[in-house]
Ligand binder design. Structure first.
Ligand SMILES: C[S@@+](CC[C@H](N)C(=O)[O-])C[C@H]1O[C@@H](n2cnc3c(N)ncnc32)[C@H](O)[C@@H]1O
Length: 470
């Protein structure tokens, strides 16, 4: 955790415009003056301009940042919380975004629930820290169950204290010492010298020096709906640098590890292969966009069936989310409840940068590939030819979900005649910031299935692009 790509500075007291819509601070940022009136211990950290105006907090003061977090957790979430001086202090609105993204992944239904899924969602927070922020937020906002792991004495001691201070959540959260994994050697001191060669061999060597993350820490027969991680992003505290505009604390053990986030997340990816069927989703926060691409290809190399990414814009800092799963995505055999047509279209309107035609094309490709449909993308004509594999085509017909030639006539052709059903998705930029997405059935079979898929594509792209653009 630390400093990533800097964004144009926004007023710190304003909620970033890109907050998740369900984030409780999305509509209105915290009202510092009102909180100061309610909590006298917070008042000394709040300044109100002489001529009136919005109250502010000095984010370069660790004590102020920690007191704000304490007050927000107490006032808005009913959580009693504290961390010792210098430990990483989380910002509540930012951390909530990651929780809501996982909530979206779980509810997307892209991956079916794992067989042992219980009624209550169960998550594994890798490196929960002294602050234990994700389990506390996930349990209080959504009633999720958590195992939170860590390796340092201070993190384990304070994470437990933070859980015990909240008896209403204590039954939902277990804190686990990753150093007690059977294969573990005690956590190493962080090397101040970064690895010189950034070759994959150098990274692999470093990965082996990181203490256990999942293997040995996850118990036999345990299963989880997801894991999450805010990794140590840096190779050294020198690399972490100091952001003069904020003081969120952070010790070397929290901020840095040998090989930085690339090695840490590579370790998670390697471990994930051992738990293909025990986790529905593996996720991690990523601090650098270059690492996101690299790690996403690693995830594909180890055979993930679905890979998803997102961008978290957190005030001035951009971070990314990487999610993957080995569970086969649900097959797109769709009940054609909407009337079949051979052409469909919809508009995406949003901010030009966010809603670029190429980005939308790639997201559409990801959507279809994740559904086991084969895609041929032409980035010159901004189009994708999508083919529904024969077995899915057959399944749609056999299940009575659709029928061939639904638009042309309502007669049912022999099943064997329907092969390689395909359609074309094209993205056109109408005016800057407005895109037209058009879908055309190429061989006029299974129009109901095509219509249903197109409607799901519309929902997915609108959710992804229009929400961000708000
Ligand atoms: C950036 S901090 C994140 C703390 C907290 N989750 C947050 O978001 O503020 C990274 C945490 O990972 C922990 N850590 C490092 N290696 C670990 C390992 N092998 N297993 C579990 N936790 C580890 C560190 O001790 C530290 O608490």
């Amino acid at each position: 955790m630390g400093r990533g790509k800097k964004r144009r500075r926004e007023n710190d007291s304003e909620a970033p415009r890109t907050m998740h819509p369900r984030n409780r601070y999305a509509a209105a940022p915290p009202d510092f003056a009102a909180l100061a009136a309610l909590y006298p211990s917070f008042a000394p950290f709040v300044s109100v301009p002489a001529g009136g105006g919005r109250a502010s907090v000095d984010f370069t003061d660790f004590d102020a940042t920690r007191e704000l977090t304490r007050v927000l957790l107490l006032h808005d979430h009913g959580i009693s919380w504290w961390i010792p001086d210098g430990q990483l202090c989380p910002t509540v609105p930012n951390r909530s975004n990651y929780i809501h993204w996982i909530e979206d992944l779980l509810s997307s239904n892209l991956i079916p629930p794992i067989s042992s899924s219980s009624e209550r969602v169960r998550g594994f927070d890798i490196g929960t820290g002294a602050n234990c922020i994700y389990p506390l937020l996930g349990a209080s906002l959504l009633g999720w169950n958590f195992v939170g792991s860590d390796v340092t004495d201070v993190a384990l001691e304070w994470a437990k204290k933070n859980v015990e201070s909240n008896p209403h959540l204590a039954g939902l959260i277990e804190i686990r010492n990753a150093n007690e994994a059977p294969c573990c050697s005690k956590s190493e001191t962080v090397d101040e010298e970064p690895i010189r060669e950034n070759t994959s061999e150098a990274v692999d060597n470093v990965v082996r020096s990181i203490p256990p993350i999942l293997v040995g820490v996850v118990k036999d027969n345990e299963s989880f709906d997801f894991c999450m991680c805010n990794p140590p992003f840096f190779e050294s505290m020198g690399e972490a640098g100091l952001n003069p505009k904020t003081s969120c604390g952070g010790t070397a053990q929290e901020m840095a590890c040998p090989g930085g986030e690339q090695a840490f997340i590579t370790h998670i990816i390697e471990d994930s292969v051992s738990f293909k069927n025990s986790f529905r989703w593996f996720t991690s926060m990523v601090g650098r966009k270059t690492n996101l691409k690299l790690l996403a290809s690693k995830v594909r190399e180890v055979g993930a069936s679905v890979v998803k990414t997102t961008e978290f814009v957190q005030g001035q800092t951009a971070r990314w989310g990487l999610a993957w799963s080995f569970i086969a995505p649900r097959k797109m055999v769709i009940r054609a409840s909407i009337p079949g047509k051979v052409h469909h279209s919809f508009m995406l309107q949003g901010h030009r940068h966010i809603c670029g035609a190429f980005k939308v094309l790639k997201s559409a490709e990801t959507f279809f590939c994740a559904s086991n449909l084969s895609c041929k993308t032409d980035s010159v004509s901004f189009s994708i030819d999508v083919t529904i594999p024969d077995e899915q085509t057959q399944a749609a017909v056999l299940h009575g979900d659709d029928f061939p030639g639904a638009v042309e006539d309502n007669s049912t052709k022999p099943h064997s005649a329907i092969t390689g059903t395909s359609f074309r998705i094209s993205v056109f930029e109408q005016i800057p910031g407005t895109l037209l997405i058009r879908g055309s059935l190429l061989n006029k079979a299974l129009s109901g299935t095509f219509s249903s898929l197109f409607s799901q594509l519309e929902d997915t792209l609108k959710e992804e692009f229009c929400r961000k653009a708000r």
